[in-house]
Design a protein around this ligand. Structure first.
Ligand SMILES: Cc1cc2nc3c(=O)[nH]c(=O)nc-3n(C[C@H](O)[C@H](O)[C@H](O)COP(=O)(O)OP(=O)(O)OC[C@H]3O[C@@H](n4cnc5c(N)ncnc54)[C@H](O)[C@@H]3O)c2cc1C
Length: 377
């Protein structure tokens, strides 16, 4: 039986392992750098129907119904006045068994872990080197070499595998933006609310049936090299509070009072799509390509990619990379368009953007091309 090494126990690696566990055609091990996975954090994740479809095949529909939420609409607001601009009906992309879903990221990880035998997940595994001989020989820090037939790199945006394969070119780049994450209790709107401001936007959505909401804001911010690499800056309460104050003052919601458990981090994205030379090494999820987060497709694409890769290995075909490149370009274009349109600052541009948004969000043919193509592929 062929042996697969999965690097990284994030959404992509764990979902890929679920597919292997169900099928039993391959032996596998997951190597995770951390010493445990956080199964308690309250931050949210949005999953569109394209990924729910695949998750349901490994039993996601059985997840406790109070732990998930099914938003029906995305409402767009002007952040300054909290005035509604328009909305998109998300339910038009749902079908009977697959619905747009929001939940805590930790609940998704917990679900994905349930079907994986403990001995197949090896913590404290930091990949240092790969030797591509007859088989792939993997070297982990403080561990013995181990040989595998395939390597699936699911080690996220800062992928060590990519750095080993592509050196400096494998590193992601700073996207001139910072993310602020937090939780809100009892928000008034039960769907997804996107507030558009000058050089920032924030999104609030329910993550379960218990009136818990996720808050995520993307704020444009140029930083110098030292600031980007300084972990202290993003843990510094004064820096975080100033940033939240800045957007709170430009919006009609008192964010400084309402957002709790705030975390802040710089956003990194991939420089370009890179395909390993070895035909037995594959990149998936954020390691394949990290998008800017304004299209909320990172996790869904991680799941979709893992599914495509599994089919490719099982059927011994080689369509994975080509299909991924095509899809990645589609998502990346949409993410960049959203990021640009959400953050306009000149009043005239905002005026015309809002007119266009009102028109496009009701235009069936546009919605089918922009969202349907991605959600129902
Ligand atoms: C602010 C923000 C908001 C987002 N919101 C959404 C959203 O609403 N919807 C959505 O679909 N997506 C969203 N995303 C994107 C989404 O979170 C990611 O695309 C997704 O988590 C990627 O999954 P992954 O499995 O590829 O990587 P990850 O989930 O990052 O997992 C990678 C794993 O690999 C491990 N690892 C790292 N290095 C090594 C190593 N050397 N050896 C072993 N293990 C290693 C890590 O510890 C981690 O466990 C958001 C992203 C950001 C930044």
């Amino acid at each position: 039986m062929k042996k697969i090494a999965i690097i990284g126990a994030g959404i992509s690696g764990l979902f890929f392992a679920n597919l292997l566990e169900k099928d039993k055609s391959f032996a596998y091990k997951i190597f995770e750098k951390k010493n445990s996975l956080d199964l308690n954090n309250g931050y949210g994740i949005q999953l569109s129907v394209n990924s729910i479809n695949f998750l349901n095949k490994v039993g996601f529909h059985k997840i406790n119904s109070s732990d998930v939420y099914f938003p029906k609409k995305v409402n767009f607001f002007d952040a300054k006045k909290s005035k509604k601009i328009c909305d998109v009906d998300l339910s038009q992309f749902n079908n009977q068994s697959n619905r747009y879903t929001t939940l805590k990221r930790s609940k998704l990880i917990k679900f994905l872990l349930e079907n994986i035998p403990k001995e197949k997940l090896i913590f404290n595994s930091d990949l240092i080197d790969i030797k591509d001989q007859d088989k792939l020989s993997l070297l982990f820090r403080d561990k013995e070499n181990e040989e595998f037939d395939y390597l699936v790199a699911a080690d996220g945006v800062y992928s060590r595998t990519k750095q080993i394969l592509f050196k400096k070119e494998g590193l992601p780049k700073y996207f001139n933006s910072i993310a602020i994450r937090g939780n809100i209790h009892n928000f008034e709107n039960l769907d997804i609310s996107i507030y558009l401001g000058e050089n920032f936007h924030f999104v609030i959505y329910p993550i379960n049936q218990n009136k818990e909401f996720n808050f995520i804001s993307i704020v444009r911010k140029e930083l110098i090299e030292n600031e980007i690499s300084s972990k202290n800056l993003f843990n510094d309460n004064t820096f975080i509070n100033n940033l939240l104050n800045q957007i709170s003052n430009k919006s009609n919601i008192n964010l400084t009072e309402r957002v709790k458990e705030i975390k802040c981090f710089p956003i990194f994205v991939s420089k370009k799509i890179q395909i390993p030379n070895s035909k037995n090494i594959f990149l998936t999820g954020d390691a394949f390509y990290s998008f800017s987060p304004s299209f909320a497709q990172g996790a869904s694409q991680s799941i979709e990619a893992a599914n495509e890769l599994f089919n490719d290995l099982k059927n011994n075909s080689s369509k994975y990379n080509e299909a991924r490149i095509f899809k990645t370009k589609q998502i990346n274009n949409r993410s960049l368009i959203n990021h640009f349109a959400f953050h306009l600052s000149s009043p005239l541009n905002i005026f015309f953007r809002n007119i266009l948004l009102k028109y496009l969000t009701k235009n069936k043919s546009f919605l089918e091309k922009y969202l349907g193509k991605i959600y129902n592929s």
